[in-house]
Design a protein around this ligand. Structure first.
Ligand code: PMP
Length: 364
């Protein structure tokens, strides 16, 4: 295989150590004489996989005891429905709209509860992407929660300072799908932090839900499916029905890989370095442009455009020839996006920048 650099937003690049381990375990898991793909969810092998995954994630995040970790199915999109069903029945959920994903979360929640838009920078986000200023947030009285997307994957817009908001009694719900495990989060006042797994936690189909225990006894909507009921999932230790065993197993390998390689602090400093090098380069040229306000620039998804968009196709084709894959921007936005999650080493960033410099020399 011609191994290039995979800049996909999700599913995305995995560490080669993890892929090697998976390929062994697909043939024989833990000398059991069975493939990891054949493991039963009530077996001791799986009990050990999920126990270790949870323990290692707790350790990685240094999570206080009042949080529980749930491994749920359906991806982050399903979390957008599960959360209002479980904790906002009969009350108003508030949303900060900062992009496509927070808007999607709001639309989904509106099927299950009342919603209120506390601030909005999404509606007029055209070639200038920013997060609504905290002093302009207008949160309704006694909201069930305030939803924030900590990293808008499509525009490459990151915001993690929710605790600067002065109204301290609020319960934040954080969609951290695309920056989970990339940095340390301030968990004060966080009711739920959730993430689909296909970026920094492995492969798709699994959602990690970190939930404050005090939210587990809210009354869910009567029609809430059994497998989406948080309290039920908590009581059954995330095994109500057959869980996504393979995705949980891969997440477990990723947690071990992160711990072995220095934990969140080390990855955060790598991510700062990687993104700074990239943005510094983007700012040094007039051939490419990034539209995100500097203080909200994402460390995980770097978006850029060619100032002369007629060269887009040539750029994309040449990049693929240079083994730089999946750089196309989201279909709603166009342009380009390099997703540089934890598994992307700094060599991948240098390879991309060298290619971009060369492309500018040839076509600029
Ligand atoms: N939230 C964010 C921030 C995302 O980036 C995505 C997927 N790219 C989702 C939610 C939806 O995730 P899923 O496809 O797992 O439903």
């Amino acid at each position: 295989m011609n191994k290039g650099w995979n800049f996909s937003a999700g599913q995305s690049m995995l560490p080669s150590e993890v892929i090697n381990q998976i390929s062994n375990d697909v043939f024989d898991f833990n000398s059991s004489g069975m493939s990891i793909l054949e493991i039963n969810h009530r077996s001791d092998d799986f009990a050990n996989i999920i126990y270790e995954a949870e323990k290692n994630l707790m350790h990685l995040l240094d999570l206080p005891d009042h949080y529980e970790i749930l491994f749920m199915q359906g991806g982050a999109s399903v979390a957008n429905a599960m959360i209002p069903m479980n904790i906002s029945y009969n009350s108003v959920a508030n949303f900060i709209l900062s992009g496509y994903w927070s808007n999607k979360s709001k639309n989904e929640a509106s099927k299950y509860c009342q919603v209120h838009i506390a601030a909005d920078s999404f509606s007029n986000n055209i070639n200038n992407y920013y997060f609504p200023k905290i002093e302009n947030w207008k949160v309704s009285n006694n909201p069930s929660y305030l939803h924030i997307c900590s990293n808008e994957t499509i525009t490459g817009l990151e915001f993690v300072n929710w605790n600067d908001y002065s109204q301290k009694k609020i319960s934040f719900v954080i969609d951290a799908t695309s920056n989970f495990l990339s940095r340390k989060f301030n968990m004060n006042n966080v009711g739920i932090l959730f993430a689909g797994c296909q970026k920094n936690i492995g492969i798709s189909g699994l959602t990690v839900i970190i939930i404050n225990k005090n939210l587990l006894n809210r009354h869910p909507l009567k029609t809430c499916p059994t497998v989406y009921n948080f309290h039920n999932m908590f009581l059954k230790k995330s095994i109500v029905n057959t869980p996504p065993i393979f995705a949980i197993y891969v997440a477990g390998l990723i947690f071990k890989w992160l711990l072995k390689n220095g934990g969140i602090e080390k990855f955060e400093s790598n991510n700062i370095k990687k993104s700074e090098i990239f943005y510094k380069y983007l700012d040094s040229t007039k051939f490419y442009i990034n539209y995100v306000e500097h203080k909200y620039r994402s460390r995980m998804n770097v978006t850029f455009n060619l100032v002369d968009e007629t060269k887009n196709k040539k750029f994309f084709d040449n990049a693929s020839d240079a083994l730089l894959y999946n750089l196309k921007g989201h279909r709603n936005l166009g342009g380009f996006r390099a997703s540089i999650y934890n598994a992307m080493p700094i060599d991948g960033i240098h390879a991309l920048i060298n290619f971009m410099k060369d492309f500018e020399c040839r076509y600029g």
